[in-house]
Design a protein around this ligand. Structure first.
Ligand code: GRF
Length: 210
C-alpha cells in the first residue's frame, strides 16, 4: 500500500480526480493527507468530507521560502508518504525541498512541456498560434517545470478559442492523465531509463483527445 500526500492551492479538481480514481479503481494506495498553502483552498472541503486528513501551511506566515519549505516538509513527512503529488500547488519550491523528494514528487503543468513553463500557458499558446495544446505530468526537479515526463495529454486548439475555453479542454485531459500517472507510480509500473521515465510494459504515455 503506497501512501500519497497531495498538495493544493485552490479548487483542487485534479486532487479530486485522483482521490476518486484511487477509490473507484481500488489502487494499492491511500490518500494520507491533502495539504494546502492557502487556508481558503476550495479543495480542502472536498478532502475533509471524504474523511481525508487535511493541513494548512500558510506561506504568508513564513519569512523566507526556506522556512516555508522546511515546515511544509515537516508536515508532509508526518504523514510518511511514498509519493507527494502537486495538484495546482502554486509555490516555487527550493532545491532542498525538491532534492528531499527526488523521484517521489510529481507535478502537473498545463502545457506541453518543454513549451511554456511558468504561468499563463494558455494565453501564450494562443498568442503563438499553436494548433495543439495540452498538459504534462512530470517528476519535479530543482528547475521549474522540468523533470522526467510521465505522461502528456494533447488537445486541439479550436478556432475562436480563448484562454478560458482552451483551459477547460486542457483540464479534461489533466483529469485523465494525472490519475493515470499516479496509478502507474503506485503500481510500480514506472521505470527510469537514464533521466527519462517509461512504462514497464510500454503503455502509451500520451493521450490524444480530438
Ligand atoms: C491546473 O490547470 C494545473 O495544471 C495547474 O493549476 C490548475 C489547478 O487546477 N498547475 P485544480 O486546482 O487541480 O482544479
Amino acid at each position: 500500500m503506497k501512501r500519497l500526500v497531495i498538495l493544493i492551492s485552490g479548487r483542487g479538481s485534479n486532487m479530486e480526480a485522483i482521490v476518486k480514481a484511487c477509490a473507484a479503481e481500488g489502487w494499492p494506495a491511500s490518500i494520507a493527507a491533502v495539504i494546502s498553502n492557502r487556508p481558503d483552498a476550495g479543495g480542502l472541503q472536498f478532502a475533509a468530507e471524504r474523511g481525508i486528513a487535511t493541513a494548512v501551511v500558510d506561506h504568508k506566515a513564513y519569512a523566507s521560502r526556506d522556512d516555508f519549505d522546511a515546515e511544509l516538509a515537516r508536515i508532509i513527512d508526518s504523514f510518511s508518504p511514498d509519493l507527494v503529488v502537486l495538484a495546482g500547488f502554486m509555490r516555487i519550491l527550493t532545491p532542498a525541498f525538491t532534492a528531499r523528494y527526488e523521484r517521489r514528487l510529481l507535478n502537473i503543468h498545463p502545457s506541453l512541456l518543454p513549451a511554456f513553463t511558468g504561468l499563463h500557458t494558455h494565453e501564450r499558446a494562443l498568442a503563438m498560434g499553436c494548433k495543439v495544446a495540452g498538459a504534462t505530468v512530470h517528476f519535479v526537479t530543482a528547475e521549474l517545470d522540468h523533470g522526467a515526463i510521465v505522461m502528456q495529454g494533447v488537445v486541439p486548439v479550436q478556432p475562436g478559442d480563448d484562454a478560458k475555453t482552451l483551459a477547460g479542454r486542457v483540464l479534461t485531459a489533466e483529469h485523465r492523465i494525472y490519475p493515470q500517472s499516479v496509478r502507474w507510480f503506485v503500481e510500480d509500473a514506472l521505470v527510469w531509463v537514464g533521466d527519462t521515465v517509461q512504462h514497464r510494459d510500454g503503455a502509451a504515455q500520451q493521450l490524444l483527445l480530438s
